[in-house]
Design a protein around this ligand. Structure first.
Ligand code: AMP
Length: 279
């Protein structure tokens, strides 16, 4: 496994490999790798000739008041996990090589980026779409792997790749969970003792709603009210929404594939979870 620090060197490596007819699987991350990330790395490894992961805490997706400085950075254990998962390359660019002085170009994906997480994090998807475009330009992946955990992000990336004709297959991987159902997240490390137990209410509320949907409930207002009622361990609810699984726009009732998505604070930690439902 090699470590590459600049987009230019990454692209030179990738250009040579793709030129030789090899496929590249790519799993972008911000590090602090857990089993959810590793499931993406392993899929990239299994389905392609070569596998690359990136570790880059992307400044443009954090607002000034958010946790950019506090975000966990665990290079030693991350590189060991990447190597164990069979990565050929860790692309860990420096911030200055990604955003040189005078940087002024951003990618905006309209529609899908609106609502849900963008209400409380209006800068977020512009940062994600920009960094992913730049990472794709450096890694030249055949396939790129994203987690359903960040469902709106996944929908944004799919739309970005389609609209710009990037020719990358986006593979959405299921949510890896702790034994009690909590969706794995690098930010779970922020949870204090009692908060960790309370955090299970997100996945529990979604499982209960899923049972209602299986029993035939199709009404958005009743489903979201049921989820809100079950989020007893959360301190603040950011949103509970039922949206079309592709466009991420709210629906009044379930007629096709939907995503039931939750964002809520437990203590100071903002947690996300969701389930997909196909009637
Ligand atoms: P992050 O490092 O948080 O930016 O996440 C990097 C990638 O890992 C994104 O595609 C996430 O959706 C994915 N991911 C994060 N948590 C999980 C999880 N619990 N299960 C599956 N994928 C995940």
């Amino acid at each position: 496994m090699i470590v590459i620090r600049t987009p230019e060197e990454m692209r030179a490596w990738a250009f040579e490999q793709r030129g030789a007819g090899r496929s590249i699987g790519f799993a972008p991350t911000m590090g602090a790798l857990h089993a959810g990330h590793v499931s993406l790395l392993e899929a990239a490894r299994a389905q392609n000739d070569l596998a690359v992961t990136s570790i880059f805490v992307n400044p443009t997706q954090f607002a000034p008041h958010e946790d950019f400085d506090a975000y966990p950075r665990t290079w030693e254990t991350d590189s060991a996990k990447a190597e164990a998962a069979g990565m050929d390359v860790i692309f860990a660019p420096t911030a200055s090589s990604m955003y040189p002085d005078g940087y002024s170009t951003y990618v905006t994906v309209e529609g899908v980026s609106e609502g849900l997480c963008s209400k409380s994090r209006p800068h977020f998807f512009r940062g994600v779409a920009t960094v992913c475009t730049k990472l794709f330009n450096a890694v030249l992946p055949t396939r790129a792997y994203f987690g359903q955990k960040d469902a709106q992000q996944c929908a944004v990336i799919k739309r970005l790749v389609r609209d710009l004709g990037l020719g990358i297959e986006i593979v959405e991987m299921p949510i890896a969970r702790e034994d009690d159902g909590l969706a794995m997240s690098s930010r779970n490390a922020y949870l204090q003792n009692g908060e960790r137990e309370r955090a299970q209410c997100l996945s529990k509320a979604l499982r209960e709603a899923e049972a209602l949907m299986r029993d035939g409930e199709r009404d958005t207002a009743r489903l979201t009210a049921a989820v809100r009622g079950s989020l007893t361990g959360a301190d603040t609810i950011d949103y509970v929404e039922l949206v079309d699984a592709e466009s991420m726009q709210p629906v009044d009732a379930i007629a096709g594939p939907v995503t039931l998505a939750v964002a809520a604070y437990v203590g100071k930690t903002r947690l996300l979870d969701n389930i997909k439902f196909i009637p």
